[in-house]
Design a protein around this ligand. Sequence first.
Ligand code: PAF
Length: 280
Amino acid sequence: MLTFNDPAKLQQWARLRRMKGEKIALVPTMGYLHEGHLSLIAAAKKKGAKQIVVSVFVNPVQFGPGEDYEKYPRDEKADFAKCRKAGATAIFLPSPRMMYMDDHSVYVNEESLSTGLCGARRPGHFRGVCTVLAKLFNIVNPHFAVFGQKDYQQVQVVKRMVRDLNFGIEIAVAPIVREESGLAMSSRNTYLSPVEQQNALAIYGALKMVRAKVRKVGKLPAATVRRQIAQFLAKNSLKPDYVEAVDAETLQPVEAIKKGVVVLIAAYSGKTRLIDNIII
Ligand code: PAF
């Protein structure tokens, strides 16, 4: 597995691989890799990529003031070993200074899908995500990039960016990977105490309950369900940030929860903000 720190060197290498006709996949991550990330590498392999580039970069511009940029978990050595074992062919480990020069002044902003849900609670977050991904897409110029469904809004925003800015890159989406307990895997799970972890199970519990009910009765009023879920989360010592039911593509709130609708939850377990979703 090759290691790159310098964007220009990676760009040069990727260009050569492409000229040789090799299929290139990008798996963008912020590191501290878990089974969820490894499933993205597996998905890239399954889709026939000859070169799988995993970027490991805790992107400062997608964190707001007071968020966990400084304390976000990092372990480059372990990430390297996991990527190699999973079959990645290159790892990109740039420093923040290599990605953002002191006078960096160009950002990418998606202005519709990013305004609600996490975007409303984390101002500037998706501007940071789009900016770093535009850079990574330009550096690697992959045939496709793989993202996890756990970040449902992110996937829709990235698809829109790729469409509107003509990146010509396919966005592949891999299903959410869960702990045996049902908790969606996340690097931030490492912040949770055993009790907070136990409480956090209510998030997927609530999503599963909604899906089961809709399967039985066909559709449910979104306002009532959102209120019930918020109560259920609070009963389990979680602080809901949002509970929403939205159209899968426009991300606009819906009145009825039925097949195809996405139900999304963001909630705090202790001080840790967790997100999860289900496509009904
Ligand atoms: O989902 C993430 O880990 C990040 O938002 C991403 C896509 C790697 C951009 O920094």
